[in-house]
Design a protein around this ligand. Structure first.
Ligand code: CP
Ligand code: NVA
Length: 292
């Protein structure tokens, strides 16, 4: 039976932990293998991407398979061919599809009609592949995340939604420091605390993470957001309020001078480059799980 990955909760804790452990094992070049030989990954992107696109392409390549990047403008999808028809056709030829979409509904519709697994490579709702790499990065550097505290500073966006799912699955505390008007209406999420106080969220946290204030699709609110989120910038100084062994993560791309101070990525506590590289290893673990 095919297994999709539209949200982190599509896979159970054991499977996610298995992917993380396998990703770490195959991070070693000697373990790369060619276990996806003959497999084909189609990648349909409605939005820009650097890390997601390249990591999936390289992952397929290093595992002996093939991947093609298909921008919507090059597909008939961009000229109005229905998502359902596109999903039926590509699903009948490919072994797996990565989708980056404006609307999460497109992910659900595509996965309904595609006979091969659909991976959400980011939607307006969630970004599960990113959190898989973040969990892998924490696991690799510090060990299990259970019982730890994560501080998210800024917008409750797609990446933060996937953190909230992870908090419930992996049983850690997520503090979301965010202006009230950008917090979700339904705040009743397991292991998630919303606060306007960055100090409260930072205090004793094991991971400090943030993302851009203006996600793709929010450009029309740019000025307002840049003002509202100003108190939520992460700098080495406010990182001092976290646990002394805390790590800083950012999914990237970042805007230095906004959600992160210009010097933050040079701080020893920043693991953003390991985290970015781990997108590759996490995608491999995920592909091997879904295509096994
Ligand atoms: N973090 C992330 O998904 O980056 P890209 O938008 O470059 O894929
Ligand atoms: N929240 C950002 C993440 C980019 C990887 C966006 O959706 O633009």
């Amino acid at each position: 039976m095919k297994q999709n990955f539209l949200n982190l909760s599509d896979l159970g804790k054991d499977t996610l932990e298995g992917i993380i452990e396998n990703s770490l094992a195959i991070k070693r070049p000697s373990k790369r293998g060619t276990s996806l030989s003959g497999k084909y990954l189609a990648m349909i992107f409605e939005k820009s991407s650097t890390r997601t696109r390249v990591s999936f392409e390289v992952a397929m390549n290093q595992l002996g398979g093939k991947a093609s990047f298909l921008s919507v403008d090059d597909l008939h999808l961009g000229r109005g061919e229905p998502v359902e028809d596109t999903a039926r056709v590509i699903g009948s030829m490919a072994d797996c599809v990565v989708l980056r979409t404006v609307n999460h509904e497109t992910q659900i519709e595509f996965s309904t009609y595609s006979t091969c697994p659909t991976i959400n490579g980011l939607s307006d709702l969630s970004h599960p592949c990113q959190i898989l790499a973040d969990l892998l990065t924490y696991y690799e550097e510090k060990g299990p995340i259970e019982g730890k505290k994560v501080c998210w500073s800024g917008d409750f966006n797609n990446v933060c939604y996937s953190y909230a799912e992870a908090a419930s699955i992996f049983n850690f505390e997520l503090y979301v420091a965010c202006p009230e008007e950008y917090q979700p209406k339904d705040k009743d999420l397991e292991n998630v605390t919303f606060t306007e106080s960055l100090e409260e969220a930072l205090e004793g946290s094991d991971i400090v993470t943030t993302d851009v204030w203006v996600s793709m699709g929010n450009e029309n609110e740019k000025e307002k957001r840049e003002k509202s989120f100003l108190p939520y910038q992460i700098s080495p100084t406010n990182l001092d309020k976290a646990n002394e062994k805390a790590m800083f993560l950012h999914c990237l791309p970042a805007i230095k001078g906004q959600e992160v101070s210009a010097d933050l990525f040079n701080d020893k506590r920043s693991k953003v480059w390991t985290q970015a590289e781990n997108r590759l290893h996490a995608q491999k673990g995920l592909l091997l799980e879904l295509l096994k």
